[in-house]
Design a protein around this ligand. Structure first.
Ligand code: 2DT
Length: 212
């Protein structure tokens, strides 16, 4: 029962506020798909392992200061430097579960007041996700969940602005899941839509590019 063949993998993105459960749920999705013998990898952005990623990491830890536009472009560059690997993986049949993507890029930078179209522009031509899963949680509820880690952006007032930016970006193709539900309920709902998406991609749905 090996599904890896000449069919492509799916690009599946999890988005949501800090503490919405993205990381936990992506881990669960990986084991679910592995259990069904799919070839699958866990990815996340920012990818802090590259040179660009280390600059981002230092900025997030408040160890360096950068102009809002400059850090926005670094986050985007961090996706561009992974683009060809991403495409190769997908074409070779591996499904990618990605914790944050361009939507985080636009939501966080536009929450600082940057123009939303300016924020979207450098993302053009990156691979478009086959599925965006939005883990929906009120900022106040998220803040109650064991506190934030102390990185830049992990403050209630800013998270409120990010939530508003996500609302603007949100389109009909996104799958919104109520992230306040018990973990197992969120997990079940995610499994269903993800399996459906993986199957559609296997059947030959073409890869496309942002923003379409
Ligand atoms: P985590 O590693 O805990 O998810 O935090 N961010 C992320 C941006 O501002 N722009 C981006 O393009 C991306 C991918 C969200 C990473 C923090 O960085 C923010 C939270």
């Amino acid at each position: 029962n090996n599904h890896k063949s000449d069919s492509r993998g799916a690009l599946i993105v999890l988005e949501g506020l800090d503490r919405s459960g993205k990381t936990l749920q992506s881990r669960k999705l990986i084991s679910y798909l592995e259990g069904l013998s799919y070839s699958v990898e866990s990815w996340r952005f920012p990818d802090r392992n590259t040179g660009v990623g280390q600059m981002i990491s230092s900025y997030l830890a408040n160890k360096s200061e950068l102009d809002d536009h400059a850090i926005h472009l670094l986050f985007s560059a961090n996706r561009w430097e992974k683009r060809s690997l991403m495409e190769n993986k997908l074409r070779s049949g591996t499904t990618l579960i990605v914790d944050r993507y361009s939507f985080s890029g636009v939501a966080f930078s536009s929450a600082k007041g940057l123009d939303i179209e300016w924020c979207k522009a450098p993302e053009m031509g990156l691979l478009a996700p086959d599925l965006v899963l939005y883990l929906d949680i009120p900022p106040e509820k998220a803040a109650e969940r064991g506190g934030y880690g102390g990185e830049r952006y992990e403050q209630l007032e800013f998270q409120r602005k990010v939530a508003r930016s996500y609302q603007i970006l949100h389109d009909a193709s996104w799958k919104t899941i109520d992230a306040c539900l018990p973990i197992e309920d969120v997990e079940k709902q995610l499994q269903e839509v993800v399996l459906d998406c993986v199957t559609t991609c296997q059947k030959g749905k073409p890869l496309s590019q942002l923003w379409s």
